[in-house]
Design a protein around this ligand. Structure first.
Ligand SMILES: [Zn+2]
Length: 221
């Protein structure tokens, strides 16, 4: 598709073929993927999408002023639906595989893929158990046999359950009265929040303690 300030696309929010208008001042050239990123808004449902464009020029005003001169062409677009962000400082998660799984889980949630989010959150804890060399044939045992506190184990078991729910259509979840509950968005959000809490306890507390002012006695030890 050629570039224009008004474009027609299948809207991922309202599932209709819609007109989109460019959001003013949202155009940036991304040095990381070398594509032009521009936000557009659906004139039907007002949902926002991120679009990425190929072009042979990286200058934004050249791209805008001569829309057909630099091979401008739509590369991809996706809905912006969520803005969940981890509270934990991600740089403290030293293992990149665990960190990448957590980031992917967050990306799934923010794009509305809740089953995928729960599965990725489960994957992150399994990755974490493998790195900690936790013994056990399955994730339940690995969590049980790891050296973490009872409270954190309970938290990880909940993330595992959400992951099972995301992966298996017949793995149901219930409230305290035994009524089945079905709220994938909420489950996915809880998976992320529990994971965030686990990382904060496992990684952040050590760093906070290490960087805090020390007593004379602590300096000597
Ligand atoms: Zn729409």
């Amino acid at each position: 598709m050629q570039y224009s300030k008004t474009i027609s696309l299948e809207c991922p929010h309202c599932d209709t073929k819609c007109q989109f208008v460019q959001v003013d001042s949202s155009h940036r050239f991304c040095k990381s993927d070398e594509l032009h990123h521009i936000a557009f808004i659906c004139t039907n449902c007002q949902g926002i999408i991120a679009t990425k464009w190929n072009a042979s020029v990286d200058n934004v005003s050249d791209f805008q002023s001569r829309p057909t001169s630099y091979g401008q062409c739509l590369n991809s677009y996706y809905p912006l639906v969520g803005d969940w962000k981890p509270r934990v400082n991600l740089s403290l998660i030293t293992n990149n595989e665990v960190k990448d799984d957590f980031k992917e889980a967050t990306g799934c949630y923010n794009n509305g893929f809740y089953n995928a989010c729960m599965m990725m959150a489960r994957r992150a804890i399994q990755q974490e158990m493998l790195i900690n060399k936790a013994k056990g044939d399955n994730l339940y045992q690995q969590i049980e046999l790891t050296g973490i506190s009872k409270k954190l184990k309970a938290l990880l078991h909940k993330i595992k359950n959400f992951g099972n729910h995301g992966a298996h259509p017949d793995f149901c979840l219930y409230d305290e009265n035994g009524n089945q509950i079905e709220d994938k968005k909420e489950f996915a959000k809880l998976s992320l929040e529990f994971l965030d809490r686990y990382f904060a306890d496992e990684y952040e507390i050590d760093s906070l303690v290490e960087n805090a002012p020390k007593s004379e006695k602590e300096l000597d030890s």
